[in-house]
Write a protein that binds this ligand. Sequence first.
Ligand SMILES: Cc1cc2nc3c(=O)[nH]c(=O)nc-3n(C[C@H](O)[C@H](O)[C@H](O)COP(=O)(O)OP(=O)(O)OC[C@H]3O[C@@H](n4cnc5c(N)ncnc54)[C@H](O)[C@@H]3O)c2cc1C
Length: 424
Amino acid sequence: MGTRLPVAQHRVVLLGGGYVTLHAYAGLMRHAGRAVRRGEVQVVVISADDAHSFHGFTGEVLAGLLPYERTRTPLAEAMPHAHVILGRATSVDAEHRVVRYELLDEQSGPRRECTLDYDELVVGTGGREPATAVPGLAEHGFTLRAPGDIAVLTERVRLAAARRGLRRHTVLVAGGGMAGVEMAAAVADLGGARVRVELVHSGDAILPELRDHQPRLARRAEQELQRLGVRVRLGVRLARVTEQHAYLSDGTSLPASTVIATIGQRPVQVPGLEMHRDPRGRLVTRPDLSVVDGVWAAGDAACVVHPTSGEPVPANALWAIKGGEHVGRNLARTLRRRPTRPFAYRGLGQAASFGFGRSVSELYGIPFTGWLAWVLRLTFFLRFMPSRRRAAQVVADFARHAAYGRRPAEPAPSVGDLAAARTA
Ligand SMILES: Cc1cc2nc3c(=O)[nH]c(=O)nc-3n(C[C@H](O)[C@H](O)[C@H](O)COP(=O)(O)OP(=O)(O)OC[C@H]3O[C@@H](n4cnc5c(N)ncnc54)[C@H](O)[C@@H]3O)c2cc1C
């Protein structure tokens, strides 16, 4: 084993450092916190990233409204009673209740394989954009989930916006779902007249997930993109990326030196539970969110069925949070040998932002636009930020923006920082 851990009666291992893990921890602490504090139940987090990324504010970071650090909360700070191991899970042996992982902590020397046994394991490894599906994307594009990518991108767009000369910097965003639309709007908002934004979507209309039941909100989103000068290309895919160009499936080539892909996502699969995956590779959960005895899953890595529609719930933060909370509650019940409860959460809504004070939101089926939508979205995000201090700082950042405008540019990252961020 890589890290010496004290002996405990029960060990709960949480894989990943995202929404599922944080909220499974919170649920467990709420219902069995005393046992954790007394050391009877040990919580171990194995995460490939040592901080939680609050993806919801990615658009605000890209638009220069919030500093990147606001979205990052160190796991040790967010889960003070857990042992956090910086490592990548490499396999799960559910029969013997053992997880294997590779230590990523550089201070522990070269990367090495370790094993850890568990009583209960929660898989919250999330998803990743399929960067290798488009030739050149992994080398020359951005996928936004890699730690550091957002900070690098923001500075790149800032520099392009400040540059003088005739040539405009073109940013191509691939994917017309919520994330793609928000990213395109944010880049256009920050880049202004010096940056041209192209949004490429393979379907015949953007925001399919919203359009189905809120067509008015989808139309409003299109108007916001128009206002920001984003050009939308429908019915085409991103086919190849080079350092200076993006090639589309219809044969068009665009001189884009920055390509951002939000082209759907694939679950991160930790080998060992193959029998329990759906065709998309997600872990199929039982009604109580267990996968097999001793293994639980939620969030983007899982296929969780909606309690009333019977359809898989969407891969977004709300469902990861609520799924994580439920797993935490059921972990506490399992440790007390009580029967578990089925996941019964029915949903709340969705939202997208187009800059300061401009949003579309749907809450329990009711559509909202403009300031009200923006405030609703912000309230929800602040409520679920893992750090109260950072949530307060976000409010202060927005108040400062309202009073003085966009925050000043930060020093551009060094070449070394850029390389490190791209390879992380
Ligand atoms: C740019 C962007 C914007 C978004 N905006 C919104 C939004 O506005 N609203 C919304 O509801 N949703 C949004 N989402 C989606 C939302 O962030 C995800 O649905 C949510 O993060 C899923 O939570 P999770 O816990 O399953 O995974 P994540 O939060 O992605 O966490 C996964 C964790 O697992 C770690 N990990 C991965 N592989 C391993 C491994 N093998 N071993 C150990 N650790 C591993 C990762 O480092 C990470 O810490 C956005 C996503 C992105 C990328």
